[in-house]
Ligand binder design. Structure first.
Ligand SMILES: C[S@@+](CC[C@H](N)C(=O)[O-])C[C@H]1O[C@@H](n2cnc3c(N)ncnc32)[C@H](O)[C@@H]1O
Length: 226
């Protein structure tokens, strides 16, 4: 897998930027606040949490979204582990991840537990309150072969113009096909082609106000009533 490891440059010495996609991994303003706003609130979490709840994600990146979700799960005190599955084609080196996550002292203890288990490749590990699965490979293939179903999806590719493969209609159709009845998604983008593809896949799609001055983001719920 070594040749697939992500190549990173740093903006302002702390914001990881993908060399391949020329795009940052999260908001320059506050990646953790963005994760909470876009992906947790956007999926109505923690309100919908229940034992066995399963989050899936396109684009594991630094693991920041996962840590934000794990923390709110522990704070909510739900029985058993949160299931978190993420699909990632270019896993980050441990040192790059550690450097990125070092910007979020609130998550330091959890980041340390996670990083002690991480090397860039497939991962299946149980930590207190979390069953984490990272599936390495192009999500267009790996999701088609997955036999799980998520209650909530974090759609977090790089900007659609730079990373169109992670927003292809066929892949988004597969997201819908791997969603529980009335399951949800959220994403920071409001690109028209993405919204249309999600709507054509069976989600009821809504455009709402975005994070930190971004005009819009998108949320949706699988429409199971025909
Ligand atoms: C915006 S970053 C994700 C940030 C991440 N959620 C976090 O918490 O740090 C987008 C991610 O999508 C991954 N990616 C891009 N194309 C992909 C593909 N075809 N299949 C799977 N992952 C892909 C990139 O390598 C990158 O890690």
């Amino acid at each position: 897998m070594a040749d697939q490891t992500a190549e990173i440059t740093w903006r302002d010495d702390r914001l990881p930027v993908s060399v391949k996609f020329d795009d940052p991994y999260y908001s320059k303003d506050d990646g953790l606040a963005e994760a909470r706003f876009v992906f947790l609130k956007g999926n109505d979490l923690p309100a919908r949490f229940q034992p066995g709840f399963h989050i899936a994600e396109l684009g594991f990146g630094t693991g920041l979204n996962m840590l934000a979700a794990w923390k709110v799960w522990l704070d909510a005190g739900i029985d058993g582990p949160l299931l978190f599955t993420s699909f990632e084609a270019y896993p980050m080196a441990q040192t790059d991840m550690a450097r990125a996550l070092g910007s979020f002292p609130e998550l330091a203890g959890m980041a340390e537990q996670f990083l002690s288990n991480w090397s860039p490749g497939d991962m299946h590990v149980e930590m207190p309150g979390l069953l984490l699965n990272v599936i390495v490979g192009d999500a267009r293939q790996t999701l088609a072969n997955w036999n799980g179903h998520a209650d909530a999806w974090f759609l977090d590719g790089f900007a659609p113009a730079r990373n169109p493969e992670l927003w292809e209609p066929g892949l988004l159709g597969n997201v819908a096909g791997h969603t529980t009845p009335n399951g949800t998604f959220s994403t920071y983008t409001a690109a028209g082609a993405v919204r249309r593809a999600l709507s054509d896949s069976g989600f009821q799609v809504e455009r709402i106000a975005g994070f930190a001055g971004k005009r819009h983001m998108t949320i949706g719920r699988l429409d199971t009533v025909k």
